[in-house]
Design a binder for this molecule. Sequence first.
Ligand SMILES: C[S@@+](CC[C@H](N)C(=O)[O-])C[C@H]1O[C@@H](n2cnc3c(N)ncnc32)[C@H](O)[C@@H]1O
Length: 203
Amino acid sequence: MTGGYDDGYKACPCFWGTSPGSIVVALESRIETFVGLHVLDVGCGEGKNAAYLASKGAIVSAIDVSEFAIANARVAWGNRDGVSFAVQDCAELLLPSESFDIVIAYGLLHCLATEDAVKTTVNRLQAATVTGGFHVICTFNARFQELEAHPEFHPILLPHSFYIDLYKEWEILNATDADLTEVHPHNRISHTHSLTRILARKC
Ligand SMILES: C[S@@+](CC[C@H](N)C(=O)[O-])C[C@H]1O[C@@H](n2cnc3c(N)ncnc32)[C@H](O)[C@@H]1O
């Protein structure tokens, strides 16, 4: 299991850049202070979101199944206080009940093998979140995908409504289905993904 992005992680030290994702930044309008909050960043990649929340005072556990992602993350952010990086498959993560204030799954869910794995993972992450805590989800969805920039990668493509439904017991603070056009540094192929982004709070 590699997570699907190892070619990129091996080719350059900073595949995803250093700026946090837009809905991670959007948490700032909902949370007065991040100091002391416990954050889990699942599928953290090279750690841009984890490092950002640690810089705000959160205590961040950041895991990724790719050893290459975590190696790059440690070079980029290893000295930052408040963040720890580990190589781990989310399916094997021990998740004590109600233990995190914020869970970030930015780009993780479409990497999983089956619809059932997506559902099980989201349910486990939900159970590990405190009441009143937040989830930040960003994932490819089924509406429109140009995958030629990722020839060996076969993401699972589920409808936007599937993801919304997983959060029907939560308060959905923001949910969008929008296109992202991007170019990766290792092959420079411009391509577009339809992305579901969800910011939700556990009731
Ligand atoms: C699209 S990348 C996003 C990386 C990072 N969250 C970001 O926004 O920059 C998705 C990440 O999920 C990781 N991943 C895929 N399957 C995983 C799994 N089963 N457990 C943990 N991480 C996984 C991949 O290795 C990859 O680094």
